[in-house]
Design a protein around this ligand. Structure first.
Ligand code: NAD
Length: 358
């Protein structure tokens, strides 16, 4: 497979490969679009089986960031970095310094942040060679853990979905949450405070116990969360929760959660719609986290302090966008997943035209 033949290639503006002999850094930075502003998206460190696999992930994830940032109405494009390596055994300060130099070499077209396998501490090393780093700690523009903001967006999205699908508020509604990690645990607290009944599953016993004690949630085995009699299914663990095997088992009327890539395929999006289930597109409903990161980029660019009121205004706007996606899906009798993709592409396309005309 070559770059331009990859199914994940979609008009990417730039794909940069870096190798640093001294530190052993092997990294790819993919810039999907800068039409709306500099590309932003986290850096993932993962022991990819091949350079092709790393490239495919970088292409796919950077495109997803363009869509997510556009739907969150941020003046940011989409990009992503992947470092090939095991984050448990191969991390060194020199590796992340070399990564910082790679980000710098992209010339301000890409802002990096944390993702799987990368911590704020790692990014401090990258910061020695570039200013295009968000997700740092200990400065006035720092945005902190994005999970509570992600969870707040998901909570508001679930409220919206339940109102639309069931014409009621959350009091007494049963929500099945798959994964009570950072996002899922904050979400559970908010739903519990709103009177929802919770059923939770996780592979981490400790996380389960803590959330169950705080919220009175009923605990089920990880494989049983799809069979629960709940009005809402909230995937907050890994991708692909809604697939050919699980969809026929779901009894929920609403699918709305924090996880990325909830639908195993575009076909599943159509099947969800055909089942009469209201699906709140993942990269729209979980946009709170990137809004929070964008607040930090904005603060750093302006040499100002982080402004939570700006974040709140963007989160409120995100909920309007979510409502618009669902309105259009209903009016046009089409899956919300397709409507969201179309809206995101149109927003990016309009920005590209404006940029070209300027
Ligand atoms: P996390 O690692 O803190 O939580 C994930 C939880 O899922 C963990 O507790 C894990 O044990 C559990 N889990 C793993 N496999 C499971 C399984 N088979 N069944 C049930 N539980 C399982 O991660 P997080 O930060 O809470 O993110 C959760 C999801 O939301 C991810 O898909 C992430 O990409 C997405 N997301 C997170 C943010 C954020 O702000 N943290 C923002 C946008 C999207």
């Amino acid at each position: 497979m070559t770059l331009f033949d990859s199914p994940a290639f979609e008009g990417h503006e730039g794909v940069h490969a870096f190798f640093d002999e001294k530190s052993g850094l092997k990294c790819i930075i993919a810039v999907h679009s800068t039409a709306r502003g500099p590309a932003a998206g986290g850096c993932r460190m993962w022991p990819f089986s091949s350079a092709e696999a790393a490239l495919e992930d970088a292409l796919r994830l950077s495109r997803a960031m363009s869509y997510k940032n556009a739907m969150a109405d941020l003046e940011l494009g989409g990009g992503k970095a992947v470092i090939i390596g095991d984050s448990h055994t191969q991390k060194t300060p020199a590796l992340f310094e070399a990564f910082g130099q790679a980000v710098e070499d992209v010339g301000g077209k890409y802002w990096t942040a944390e993702d799987v396998g990368v911590s704020p501490g790692d990014l401090m090393h990258a910061r020695k060679h570039t200013r295009y780093v968000a997700g740092l700690e200990g400065h006035s523009g720092a945005s902190g853990d994005p999970s509570p903001v992600t969870a707040e967006g998901v909570f508001r999205g679930i409220t919206l979905g339940v109102r639309r699908a069931l014409n009621r508020d959350l009091d007494g509604v049963t929500v099945a949450i798959q994964g009570v990690g950072h996002v899922g645990a904050y979400l559970a607290d908010k739903l519990h405070a709103a009177g929802a009944k919770l059923v939770i599953a996780d592979v981490n016993e400790h996380a389960l116990r803590e959330v169950a004690e705080r919220t009175g949630a009923r605990v089920v085995a990880p494989g049983a969360i799809f069979d629960v009699n709940a009005e809402v299914f909230a995937p907050c663990a890994l991708g692909g929760a809604v697939n050919e095997d699980t969809l026929p088992r779901l009894r929920a009327k609403v699918i709305a959660g924090g996880a990325n890539n909830q639908l195993a395929s575009p076909e599943i999006g159509r099947a969800v719609y055909a089942h009469g289930i209201l699906y709140l597109p993942d990269y729209v409903i979980n946009g709170g986290g990137i809004i929070n990161v964008a607040g930090e980029i904005r603060a750093l660019e302006r040499s100002e302090a982080f402004d939570p009121t700006w974040v709140e205004s963007k989160l409120a706007r995100l909920m309007q966008t979510l409502d618009e996606v669902l309105d259009r899906s209903k009016a046009e009798h089409r899956p919300s997943s397709e409507v969201a993709n179309e809206m995101a592409k149109a927003r990016i396309g309009r920005a590209a035209e404006q940029k070209a005309a300027a």
